[in-house]
Design a protein around this ligand. Structure first.
Ligand SMILES: [Zn+2]
Length: 308
């Protein structure tokens, strides 16, 4: 069984001031070997490790002492590699082909997991107005049996669209008309309104991520063919940034992490409590609602800075 020493292993070892043991079954990537050299991590061969402990070989970690240490300990940089560079490349390519690694993960491995900030695309903003997602059952209750949504505009997330259909929200204190239905249909109906709408409609404010509907207020939804009384499902959406797990890793972020976004200009400012939503199909986009956007003069497509 071959063991791979990657750039990351070397950097981890450097952090902990440890050396790495190599034997004939260990593959050291070229990058790892270079990093070991730069960071003063000794690649001690298995037999030498035993020897050096019995002989008390005093290897120091300073890079300039490294060469001497290697020479005196007998761990060689010139040692015959177990695999050739092209064999290693072949193994890595096969791993990507078989889906064991994504190309991005391999890239990040080869670069010691250092986020390549200069190559990262900027985080742009998608501004949402109030809208509703419907279940198929509720769609048919509101628009008639067998009704299907008519897409009029694609949204930033793959497959999501704004539809021609609109509904009216009726709360205990007021009514809001022309609320856009977003498609495709979902498992559960969800109403996303602005904070000011909660006062107009007379419903409590439940700030939630999409899909977290337990304990949220309900509302009455009116369509051209019928009415649905929702016992729950009305939220003011938590601001969030969509991205893939690979993109999150490159930015040193992870799913569920809470960050801030910063925006300059005349009404510039910072919004905290922005949740990272890293999903396989996530397209990089920061979602805030029209109130949040207006407060900072942010428009659709504005670029924001992510602050950890
Ligand atoms: Zn979103």
């Amino acid at each position: 069984m071959k063991r791979l020493i990657s750039a990351k292993d070397v950097l981890d070892a450097a952090k902990e001031h440890k050396d790495l043991t190599v034997d004939k079954n260990t593959i050291v990537t070229a990058q790892a070997a270079d990093l070991a050299w730069e960071n003063g991590v000794l690649l001690v061969s298995d037999s030498d490790a035993q020897e050096s402990s019995s002989k008390g070989c005093a290897a120091t970690k300073a890079p300039e002492a490294h060469e001497d240490a290697i020479a005196s300990c007998g761990a060689t940089k010139e040692q015959e590699p177990v695999l050739t560079a092209s064999q290693i490349e072949e193994i890595m390519t096969a791993a990507v082909d078989k889906g064991l690694w994504t190309a991005d993960e391999l890239q990040s491995l080869l670069h010691g997991n250092a986020p390549a900030t200069q190559e990262l695309p900027p985080v742009t903003v998608g501004v949402s107005n109030r809208h509703i997602h419907l279940s198929q059952e509720h769609l048919e209750q509101l628009f008639g049996k067998g009704h299907e949504l008519t897409p009029i505009k694609d949204l930033s997330q793959p497959g999501q669209f704004a539809s021609k259909e609109c509904v009216t929200l009726v709360g205990p204190k007021g009514v809001i008309e022309k609320v856009r239905v977003l498609g495709p249909v979902r498992a559960r109906t969800q109403v996303e309104i602005l904070a000011a709408d909660t006062f107009k409609l007379g419903v409590p404010q439940a700030i939630r991520l999409s899909g977290h509907l337990e304990g949220t207020p309900g509302i009455t939804v009116v369509g051209p063919e019928g009415t649905v009384v929702l016992p729950e499902g009305v939220i003011v959406a938590s601001r969030h940034i969509h991205m893939t797990p690979e993109d999150a890793a490159r930015r040193d972020l992870h799913d569920g992490q809470v960050v801030s976004i910063k925006f300059g200009g005349e009404r510039g400012g910072q919004l905290d409590e922005v949740v990272i939503r890293a999903t396989r199909t996530g397209a990089l986009d920061c979602h805030i609602d029209t109130e949040e956007a207006n407060a900072l003069h942010i428009k659709n497509g504005s670029v924001v800075e992510v602050v950890k």
